[in-house]
Design a binder for this molecule. Structure first.
Ligand SMILES: [Zn+2]
Ligand SMILES: [Zn+2]
Length: 809
């Protein structure tokens, strides 16, 4: 897989100017440095074979700059060799640049692979974990192969990487495979440059490698059965409705039959997950097509070596239990990515077929996914009946990535396994920055050169387990990429654990003096993240719609129109402030938001609403008092909360059990074919524009009272928001002369809203930027924090200002 780095690649075919050698044959020697993700991906044996194919002499070695090659021979062949490097590169390699320089021939006699050379301050890219490759899959299906049905089969083109690497350089002793001594057959492959397992660090077979076993809940060693039998038994138990904890690549999954509603409802009950969608796994695309619509782009993503969870529209009447994703027309689907998954999903002999397995993260509610045998058997004992364990340790916790196709292109929702720690490439040089990210869906980001290393998904920073996963994750990535941050960026919110972490760093005196700490406003970071991944540095109108973000005025923002670049932002418009009655309680209970919005409307209008009958009168009184007296009730301009209020008003969702639920269910019900929206009157001429949702809510109530179907009301509401966005952007364009718009924030995960918003903005001639590589939700915040902090400390004007704080102080 050669990722697209065209704009940066410069294959300098210097050979065209080669000096003429004796007897008409031009001889030359070329030194080549290949930069990019070229280590631990079978690059040196590839070069070795390529040099032999072209009958060239010389050497190759890994250095901290990349792969360094010298080849000598007829210049015509040297040219072909150089172009073949990019044309025929191994599937996992990501070549960013091939640099060549011409040298006089020295008379090499052979081509050899030399030992690696390391330089102190240089670093290399580390490969993410990659699904089993077709060659290995063929081997485990071949009864005559020595790896027949061996669940840890891998090669230089596939298998675990990031999750087993403890340190660099990437060599077996520095991975969790160090515990396994290779048998003579594996060793032979490992040291043979023409073998496809040459220097495959996790190389293993059933004689020498990791093994799998099955235990009852509550134990890790008293195995019921091992190896092939354990997998067969697990398959049987799954088909009978048992919940099995399965140790995977980046953590444990809880698995059960996705067509078995009894098993799923039991899992939901035990996991305290009433409604949050579960991901499922099927053997191949053919199976997926039996229950979901799959476009070509979606198939490509499903089958990609990263093997993410892809959100797909479900077909009606499929055998997949409705309990997998309640009140949702999408299913999160992935294909197997380890040999063990393949063995679990395949149909053997007379066994019943498994259409799909639920494969949800093995954790209690919002804690980090479990990775160790002991901790999993302790934490998950109430959730799973049996455990399918193995003894290849997971060093780095890495959840599954969640993604989707939007307008033909990938749009990532959770960036993790298969993607991290592959960097987001920026079009400018960065200082070494650590950005601590947000509270929910946390990821952090460290930068070096033009690379932004966005961490794997860390999770909701609400408990000590997630915090410790965050801290160890930061230390690990700093070590891997040899970064010692000069700048620390963090969210303005004083109560975020990630913010407190940054403050502790400043306080504990362990950082070198001169480290600068830069607080970053949440929505500014959202927009900057979108700009950074799109390579945009000019000012834009940033529309940041989300649930919660700390504002510069201490209120909760979330319906924001900013004019901004990396350094500055100005708030040009926002949703009108409304009371968030009871703070956090109002986020969990959307009906509280509905009451808050209805508070100032005449009773003549709201009197007949069923909402008021659904709420306990005592609580209704409490909420009203909270609104009146502002007890523990901040103000918010959050767009997410407006969606919550409408969802409750329409009796779709009064209380949520996972983040975003009320808005998601409101979106799912919206009539796709309905085009009209409510008219949203906007004040003109004064900035910041305060956008009052009251007229829209009145229209909704009128429609409700008139018996208009919920699907139509939802559609009209979505369209009203989309039109409002484009109108406000027009007003800002008139004022500031800025005609590009970037959309970010979790609200834009709403595809119904995003499509309509884009189409309105396009019609009005705006240049548009949305997220693709990085989530639009808080999982993408860290990237924005990093580029903003970098811009602020780099600007001479601001270097003198109060952004500069001493690290040791
Ligand atoms: Zn392979
Ligand atoms: Zn072996």
């Amino acid at each position: 897989m050669l990722r697209d780095f065209d704009e940066n690649s410069e294959i300098d075919l210097a050979m065209n100017n080669a000096p003429r050698g004796a007897v008409g044959v031009e001889l030359g020697r070329t030194r080549i440095i290949v930069r990019g993700m070229v280590q631990g991906v079978g690059f040196r044996p590839f070069i070795y074979r390529l040099a032999n194919d072209h009958e060239l002499k010389g050497w190759v070695f890994n250095s901290t700059e990349g792969v360094v090659i010298e080849v000598e021979g007829p210049t015509k062949r040297l040219e072909e060799f150089i172009s073949d490097i990019t044309l025929k590169a191994p599937p996992l390699a990501v070549i960013e640049r091939v640099e060549t320089s011409l040298l006089p021939p020295v008379g090499y006699q052979s081509f050899i692979i030399q030992a690696s050379q390391e330089q102190e301050d240089k670093f290399v890219l580390v490969s993410p974990d990659i699904c089993i490759c077709p060659d290995c899959l063929r081997e485990i299906s071949d009864p005559f192969n020595r790896r027949y049905r061996y669940p840890f089969t891998n090669c230089t083109n596939c298998g675990p990487r990031f999750t087993i690497i403890k340190d660099i350089p990437y060599d077996r002793p520095k991975t969790t495979m160090a515990a396994f001594q290779m048998c003579p057959s594996c060793e032979e492959e490992y040291y043979n440059p023409s073998d496809r397992r040459f220097h495959a660090q996790p190389n293993a077979c059933s004689t020498c490698g990791p093994r799998v076993w099955l235990v009852n809940e509550g134990t890790t060693s008293d195995s019921l059965t091992e190896g092939e039998e354990a997998i067969t038994m697990a398959r049987y138990l799954l088909s009978r409705g048992t919940i099995v904890a399965v140790k995977g690549l980046g953590g444990f999954h809880l698995a059960c039959d996705a067509t078995n509603s009894v098993a799923i409802s039991l899992l939901r009950k035990h996991k305290c997950r009433v409604n949050k969608p579960f991901a499922i796994m099927s053997l191949d695309c053919q199976a997926v097509e039996r229950y979901c619509h799959v476009s070509d782009a979606e198939r490509q993503l499903l089958e990609s070596p990263q093997r993410p969870i892809v959100l797909l529209r479900r077909k009606s009447g499929s055998p997949i239990s409705a309990l997998v994703t309640p009140h949702n027309s999408y299913l999160g689907v992935m294909l197997p990515y380890t040999p063990l998954h393949y063995l679990l999903l395949e149909k053997r002999g007379g066994e019943p077929e498994t259409l799909a397995l639920v494969m949800t993260s093995g954790n209690m509610s919002e804690e980090p996914i479990d990775i160790g045998n002991e901790e999993a058997s302790e934490h998950l004992r109430t959730l799973a009946d049996v455990f399918l364990l193995h003894d290849r340790d997971i060093y780095v916790r890495c959840d599954d990535t969640v993604t989707r196709v939007f307008e033909g292109k990938e749009a990532i929702i959770r960036r993790s396994r298969g993607y991290a720690p592959f960097p987001v490439r920026l079009n400018f040089e960065m200082r070494q920055v650590l950005a601590c990210g947000a509270e929910l869906k946390n990821t952090f980001c460290i930068t070096r050169g033009t690379y932004a290393f966005l961490s794997q998904h860390i999770g909701d920073m609400e408990n000590i387990e997630t915090l410790s996963s965050f801290e160890s994750g930061i230390e690990h990535l700093k070590r891997l990429f040899k970064v010692s941050p000069e700048v620390i960026a963090y969210d303005l919110h004083p109560e975020y654990l990630s913010t407190k972490y940054a403050h502790e760093l400043r306080g504990n005196g362990q950082l070198s003096s001169g480290v600068q700490f830069v607080p970053v406003q949440h929505h500014h970071a959202h927009i900057a993240s979108c700009l950074a991944e799109n390579g945009v540095q000019e000012p834009v109108i940033g529309v940041a719609f989300d649930g919660t973000g700390y504002g510069e005025d201490g209120q909760i923002w979330g319906g924001e129109f900013l004019v901004c670049d990396f350094q500055h932002f100005e708030r040009r418009a926002h949703l009108k402030y409304v009371v968030l009655p009871g703070g956090e309680a109002a986020i969990r209970k959307p009906y509280r938001m509905a009451i808050s919005y209805l508070y100032h409307l005449p009773t003549a209008l709201t009197g007949g609403l069923t909402l008021l009958n659904r709420i306990d009168p005592l609580e209704l009184a409490i909420v009203r008092r909270q609104i009146e007296r502002r007890i523990n009730s901040p103000l918010t301009s959050s767009c997410g909360r407006l969606f919550d209020a409408v969802s409750s008003l329409l009796a779709i969702c009064d209380v949520i059990t996972y983040e975003g639920q009320a808005a998601i269910e409101l979106e799912m019900l919206a009539d796709e074919s309905f085009k009209d929206g409510y008219h949203w009157p906007l004040p003109k001429g004064r900035f910041p524009i305060v956008i009052d949702p009251e007229p829209i809510l009145c229209d909704i109530i009128h429609d409700l009272n008139a018996g208009v179907p919920i699907a139509i009301i939802s559609a009209k509401f979505h369209t009203a928001v989309a039109e409002m966005v484009s109108e406000v952007c027009c007003l800002i364009r008139e004022r500031d002369g800025v005609s590009s718009v970037a959309l970010s924030g979790g609200v834009f995960q709403n595809v119904y809203l995003l499509k309509r918003t884009l189409s309105h903005l396009r019609r009005r001639g705006f240049t548009l930027y949305i997220h693709h590589q990085v989530p639009c939700n808080d999982g993408g915040i860290a990237l924005g924090q990093a580029v903003i902090a970098n811009a602020k400390v780099t600007s001479p004007a601001l270097r003198r200002s109060n952004y500069v704080l001493s690290g040791a102080g």
